[in-house]
Design a protein around this ligand. Structure first.
Ligand code: CP
Length: 337
């Protein structure tokens, strides 16, 4: 499947390959991922101005629908929408009618009736944003802000932007993803992005209990011994232990996990001296990463957060452009105005 193949155009692309929704990196080719990175690059300068605004989404309404907790993703989506001059509604799920039993579909129908143009959705159920995108009014964009274990595509793209800033390329890079890959939507999206963009090797480092079955089929090699796995790395991405998603005892203890798989200065010294340290956050100091490493000179963890705004501005503006192109083509689409 290619972005320009009209016979298999995926839900998230228009017939001519523009972004309409952003649900997953699956099916998006290197040219489109590079276009997202280049568009984000152009927005970085906006964040450095005294007046951090451009009018690209003026008059549009963006609704943040977070059914799971979030600090970074929710805040940076809100800032991104505001910097694009959109009106932003943050629905507080805890005080919404969801607590009275209203279904996701009915919540969406009601918010669509308020002429919303874009929904940013985080949900614990894999596939929830895809389900919404299938039923939403033409002209409305759905952006996945993380669904279950499935995908976190904007996180992976902000990670790619950070890698490109620090390494200047993807070709030839050896990248490791360490820790709880089993429960990680971030890891799945990162592996997909790194392979599409041409990384030389994507290596996952974890105990067998924290790896999905057939993990190699995602496009990575596997290393169970972290000291072996750190050798020659250009980038190491640490993951949080997702205890809230764990069923049963997958670890002997946090202390043992940290001894074997926690990133400390000693293990980092085994990587290439220019190796950068990444983490999507939230970080758990002393569980998967030593404070001296998280705050150290090789850490780019806070650069990742900053880049989240530019990537989300890029994805939102591109999806709205795709929706406008679709709307102009479809006579049944919602009237513009
Ligand atoms: N990386 C990430 O998704 O963080 P939040 O859960 O704080 O949004």
């Amino acid at each position: 499947m290619t972005a320009n193949d009209p016979s298999s155009t995926p839900l998230q692309l228009t017939a001519d390959g523009q972004l309409r929704h952003f649900l997953t990196l699956d099916g998006l080719d290197r040219a489109l991922l590079t276009e997202i990175l280049d568009t984000a690059d152009s927005f970085i300068e906006v964040g450095e101005r005294s007046i951090k605004k451009v009018p690209l989404l003026r008059g549009r309404t963006v609704v943040n629908l977070f059914f799971e907790s979030s600090t970074r993703t929710r805040s940076t989506f809100e800032l991104a929408a505001k910097r694009l001059s959109a009106d932003v509604l943050n629905l507080d799920i805890n005080t919404s009618a969801t607590s009275k039993g209203e279904s996701l579909s009915d919540t969406l129908l009601n918010l669509e009736a308020m002429a919303s143009d874009m929904f940013v959705v985080r949900h614990s159920q894999s596939g929830a944003p895809h389900f919404i995108a299938e039923s939403v009014t033409p002209g409305v964009a759905i952006i996945n802000a993380g669904d279950g274990r499935h995908a976190h595509p904007t996180q992976a793209m902000l990670d790619m932007l950070t890698i490109r800033q620090h390494k200047g390329r993807f070709e030839g890079l050896k990248v490791a993803i360490v820790g709880d890959v089993l429960h990680s939507r971030v890891a799945r999206s990162q592996i997909r992005a790194l392979n599409e963009l041409g990384a030389a090797e994507v290596r996952v480092i974890a105990p067998a209990t924290l790896l999905p079955r057939d993990v190699e089929s995602l496009g990575c090699t596997v290393e169970y011994d972290m000291k072996q796995g750190m050798k020659d790395l250009d980038v190491v991405i640490m993951l949080r232990l997702q205890k809230e998603r764990m069923e049963g005892a997958l670890l002997p203890s946090e202390r043992e996990f940290y001894r074997l798989y926690g990133l400390n200065r000693e293990k980092l010294a085994l990587a290439d001296p220019g190796c950068i340290v990444m983490h999507p956050g939230p970080i758990n100091r002393g569980v998967e990463i030593e404070s001296a490493v998280a705050d150290g000179p090789q850490s780019v963890i806070l650069n990742q957060v900053t880049n989240g705004i530019a990537i989300r501005m890029a994805v939102m503006s591109m999806a709205m452009g795709g929706q406008m192109a679709d709307r102009n083509r479809k006579p049944a689409g919602r009237a513009e105005g």
